[in-house]
Design a protein around this ligand. Sequence first.
Ligand code: SF4
Ligand code: SF4
Length: 249
Amino acid sequence: MKTSLAVWKFASCDGCQLTLLDCEDELLPLTERITIAHFLEADSSTVEGPYDVSLVEGSVTTEADVARIGRIRENSKVLVSIGACATAGGVQALRNLGDINEFASIVYARPDYIDTLATSTPIASHVEVDYELHGCPIDKGQLLEFLGALLTGRKPRLPAHSVCFECKASGTTCLMVAEGRPCLGPVTRAGCGAICPRYSRGCFGCFGPAPGANTPALRHQLTQLGMPAVHQDRVLRTFTPEAYDDAST
Ligand code: SF4
Ligand code: SF4
């Protein structure tokens, strides 16, 4: 019997769902094992739950979201948060640092039409989550490894180390040590294959903090490289605004 898969969207840009559609060569083989039961980005037809696996993109930003994620949890054997929005509130969690009414008055012509919570929160703040895939967007290779693990009944390999490990594994020269350029690789969760440093660009933290990240040590290094503290706060908070405990402002 095939595994039924549902894909859900909350406050997000759809980029993580598109990663699933980007699996062009792998999608047909996958559908031999998986029934895509609900995935509005791909097909408006939908099959009633319950579902074996739900992939949830986006953060919770309205009262309606709170109720809907509860229903999805009840209808899903395995629930997986995908992407920085779903795992950490995403870019829209920058609202958590200020006054949502002030933001709305600047952005919208009729802010009185806006009905939203004051915060953008991860899925795990509302329901139990079985797994999390990080990134903005998630990584295609990691998604396929994850789905393959679920289908074969083994534990998925979700790295709990930093991007630096992936640079070392791929033989990529360290941008900070060799070229004196800022990079968040030492404190950022692995999973992307260190794609930015491989293209000579410092990591900017889209996978969020790695477990045990030594952010004070990285800050010291960034200061040595001439980056002011306020810029450090901004770069640390870009994708996962509340995830770094020691961001100071
Ligand atoms: S994590 Fe990034 S790519 Fe994924 S939905 Fe959120 S903003 Fe889009
Ligand atoms: S290197 Fe850093 S910024 Fe680039 S994709 Fe990986 S985690 Fe994201």
